[in-house]
Design a protein around this ligand. Structure first.
Ligand code: ATP
Length: 269
């Protein structure tokens, strides 16, 4: 069961070319995560410590995991992912121990990048619903803070986390020496959506599709939704038993994905 809460991906194969937009955000993450691994001597020479933990925040499906994996790819680092919500909901009573194991594991697999997804599940401010503030979750959080405090930021393990709700986080986690570099990963603007469409249609056989025409119709949609639209448009061509995807397939796909989004029972943002 532990393999699920802690997932190892030996050097992911995601590259920056597969990420649309987010150029500045990517550069910021590279400075904080990749360069300390690939050119530690620069930090030594300049006499500056790299940031300890990097927190990416933004709506679901905007590319946070993608960036973390691409950075691991570039740094030729192992990618170790832990889900904060699984840690809290599926491994009751084991949270603190698993956090300890996570850091040990990361050191054993260095150079490595630890990515804690949905960190809000572990590190939310105390709330009234009795879950996020439970003694068990508090113990898990304390262990995480202790691991970060005892961590050498010049070593070859880098720590990243992601959340959809930065406003909910316990300020203790954001203090200097913990997750002290906070980077917003926003919903894509029109230029980024164009790039994302190009990425996800690159291998599709298109006929008379105006990507430009799709851009105004997808305002506010995330990279994950655009990927879903491209897949759905392709499926429509398959269903019609034709070999080319047409503009109308995309229009219908946008309609469908847009509706699915509105009706989702748990749309968090
Ligand atoms: P969550 O908060 O739900 O974990 P996330 O921000 O980590 O979301 P990702 O897992 O990185 O989102 O993105 C999901 C999928 O959406 C990616 O595998 C990719 O196919 C697509 N996607 C998201 N953002 C982009 C982007 N900027 N460029 C290209 N594809 C993207």
């Amino acid at each position: 069961a532990r393999v699920r809460v802690m997932e190892l991906e030996a050097v992911p194969d995601i590259t920056f070319e597969q990420i649309g937009g987010l150029k500045e955000e990517i550069e910021e993450v590279r400075e904080a995560v990749e360069y300390p691994l690939t050119r530690p001597e620069v930090f030594e020479d300049v006499g500056v410590e790299p940031p300890k933990g990097i927190l990416l925040y933004g709506p679901p499906g905007t590319g946070k995991t993608l960036i973390a994996k691409a950075v691991a790819h570039n740094a030729e680092a192992e990618f170790i992912r832990m889900s904060g919500s699984e840690l809290v909901h599926k491994f009751i009573g084991e949270g603190a121990q698993l956090v300890r194991e996570l850091f040990t594991f990361a050191r054993e697999h260095a150079p490595s990048i630890v990515f804690i997804d949905e960190i809000d599940a572990v590190a939310s401010m105390r709330t009234n619903d009795g879950t996020s503030g439970s003694a068990e979750v508090q113990r898990t959080l304390m262990q995480l803070l202790a691991e970060m405090d005892g961590f050498d930021n010049r070593g070859n393990v880098r720590i990243m986390a992601a959340t959809n709700r930065v406003d909910m986080l316990d300020p203790a986690i954001l203090r200097p020496g913990r997750f002290d570099r906070i980077i917003e990963i926003p919903v894509p603007d029109v230029d980024s959506r164009r790039e994302i469409f190009k990425i996800h249609t690159a291998r599709m056989n298109l006929s008379g599709v105006s990507l430009e025409g799709l851009l105004p119709l997808t305002e506010g949609m995330t990279g994950a939704e655009i990927q879903a639209i491209c897949r759905e448009a392709g499926m429509r061509a398959v269903r019609r038993n034709v070999r080319k995807v047409e503009h109308a397939d995309f229009l219908e796909a946008i309609e469908k994905v847009g509706h699915a989004e509105k009706n989702a029972p748990d749309s968090r943002m």
